[in-house]
Design a binder for this molecule. Sequence first.
Ligand code: PLP
Length: 391
Amino acid sequence: MPLPGSSTGGRHFLQIPGPTNVPDRVLRAMDHPTIDHRGPDFAALGKEVLEAVKAPFGTTQPVVIFPASGTGAWEAALVNTLSPGDRVLCFETGHFATLWQEMAGKLGLDVDFVPGDWRHGVPPEAVQERLTADTGHAIKAVMVVHNETSTGVTSRVGEVRKAIDAAGHPALLLVDTISSLGSIDYRHDEWGVDVTISGSQKGLMLPPGISFNAISEKALEASKTAKLPRSYWDWQPILGANVNGFWPYTPATNILYGLREALIMLEEEGLQNVYARHTRHAEATRAAVRGWGLEVLALDEREYSGSLTAILMPEGGADEVRKVILREYDMSLGAGLGKLTDKVFRIGHLGHFNDLTLAGTLAGVQMGLTRAGVKVDPDGIQAALERLQQP
Ligand code: PLP
């Protein structure tokens, strides 16, 4: 039986690593009559968001917005740049890297999928080694998931770029930032990324429903000769219509109102401050995990994620902990995915989030662990609170 009042009243805690909590300001911005998506008011909105959205990508190049979830933007990145039978290099960093390479295989690409332990990011040295060995330049693209949402591991994209350059290889660099954009420092232009994929429902603090491709000059050039079949995802008609603030089909008008407001909020806080806030909350979370006597899944401190933390329960039981926490404290946490089912639970600390949201989240996790019968040090949360009292 739940304790009296433990999960009644108050607000649900949505602490999965996306979709994340949508700020009231964004909800209010979307609470707006739908307008003619071929009229002048829409054109003004379209032009404004297409320009403003470039900031979190760290780009001055075009960003295409699809009325689709992130999976659609994955597909768009592949079909716009590659041809049937092209070789692509990817690394088994976790569940999402696995799904993305499966998609590449289904689309008719020849996938070189390097096995991994789901506790590390993409190893830059392995990228350099494989590309150096590919003297005939058969590999056409390197696919990287920046922040593996299934593991809480962030790959070092800047170092992957350097590895590609050190190998002197012309492969395109395609990067998934679905759970890092607007939460973890990202630099599409500086890191020479060719297509950056993202989605609305995580660091951008929007509901699910739109996704993105930021596109380099080189990727745009590649799209002119790429032969994978594409229609809905084709960049060219979208870029053509975007010049006037429109789309070739019906855009997600009301989410774009939300996007405008969310981008204003990120700008007001300052992107560097947003990244620092996420790093700080991630540090406090790891302090609590270690204080409880539990283990963080990510093994390399250079790869700790700022947006989520996966907590390892090697003997299983993570699903029961989540179930108890939802029942007792009305808080949703992320489940272990794929190979990690029941072996980890994930705390999302991204998006619309502050110190007290984190303190409440960690208090709920500690109480839930205890209530589920997991032996944890009750002083664990104190380590997080001490971290939160520092800048
Ligand atoms: N890639 C990553 C890193 C993700 O976290 C997700 C979803 O959580 C996806 C891809 C798939 O995106 P969507 O569920 O929006 O299609």
